[in-house]
Design a protein around this ligand. Structure first.
Ligand code: HEM
Ligand code: HEM
Length: 231
């Protein structure tokens, strides 16, 4: 018997984008877990948030210099959003090679709410409203829920395992006739993005010298003190 030929695939997501995605998911998950009262991760709440911040800085740079489907110009025009929605309304979902138009909206929402959570969280120490932080965090949690459900539903409807694509970076060629491998980022792009993210990490330590270390338990993760304890 001859072994089955390997399934032809096209490359879609570059490695830095995939690494960014799963590290961000881990950092945001850690931020949530550590916000739960009495969780052993509690001292690491701020650090998880700051790591998410540095990752997002990396992603923004990568959106300009990264591989083809990582670039904002590739998906932020929301081209075909109307068509995509009307197809979805009729129960159809055409597989897209890069981010689909709704996915693009979700990215803006996920990154935007993560930034809102980080900025509002960081300003608590300076007397910022913690309600603002809570609201941003829970809006982010809700959108993450929608995001994961959407990935599952779209995978079932389009017959394409999107989560696997975010792991391997590749999609089956059969579902994308005529598609070619994504244009790769130039070699200097990664160096640039890493340097900017490194500078951001340094900047973060200027705001919070202990940003990436454990913080005192009482600072996060144990709900609110009495009203008026922070004015
Ligand atoms: C806290 C958890 C998560 C966050 C904050 C998050 C955030 C994001 C962001 C920002 C993107 C856009 C990627 C880009 O930068 O271009 C994205 C895409 C994606 N995420 Fe997540 N994600 C999370 C969890 C997950 C999980 C658990 C899965 C697996 C089920 C998943 C699967 C995907 C897939 C498949 C895409 C690509 C979507 C597409 O094909 O357009 N994500 N996610
Ligand atoms: C992805 C980023 C983040 C998420 C998802 C997140 C989420 C949360 C959540 C859910 C809570 C509990 C809210 C409550 O019930 O009171 C919380 C509390 C807190 N967070 Fe964050 N956070 C993030 C980033 C940050 C950052 C970067 C900082 C500071 C540098 C920070 C500082 C705090 C503090 C001080 C509290 C305690 C507030 C209080 O209870 O008075 N967070 N965060």
């Amino acid at each position: 018997v001859t072994p089955a030929p390997p399934v032809a695939t096209v490359s879609v997501w570059d490695a830095p984008l995939r690494l960014f995605h799963w590290l961000l998911a881990a950092a945001v998950t850690a931020a949530f877990l550590s916000a739960i009262e009495g969780n052993p991760l509690s001292p690491w709440h701020q650090a998880a948030g700051w790591v998410a911040a540095v990752l997002i800085v990396f992603r923004v740079v990568w959106g300009f210099v990264g591989g083809e489907h990582a670039r904002f110009a590739d998906f932020l025009g929301f081209k075909g959003l109307g068509k995509h929605l009307s197809h979805l309304a009729r129960g159809r979902a055409e597989p897209s090679l890069g981010h689909n138009p709704l996915g693009a909206l979700a990215i803006v929402g996920l990154l935007g709410l993560a930034v809102a959570a980080i900025v509002s969280g960081a300003s608590i120490a300076g007397g910022g409203e913690d309600e603002l932080h809570e609201t941003a965090a829970f809006a982010l949690l809700a959108l993450v829920g929608v995001h994961v459900i959407a990935v599952v539903v779209m995978s079932l409807r389009s017959g394409e395992n999107l989560m696997r694509a975010m792991v391997t970076g590749r999609k089956p060629a059969a579902l994308h006739p005529g598609a070619r491998d994504a244009r790769r980022a130039p070699a200097v792009a990664l160096a640039m993005a890493v340097i900017v993210a490194g500078a951001a990490a340094y900047g973060v330590t200027r705001i919070d010298p202990n940003a990436f270390g454990p913080h005192a338990e009482s600072e996060a993760g144990e709900g609110h003190g009495q009203d008026g304890d922070r004015d």
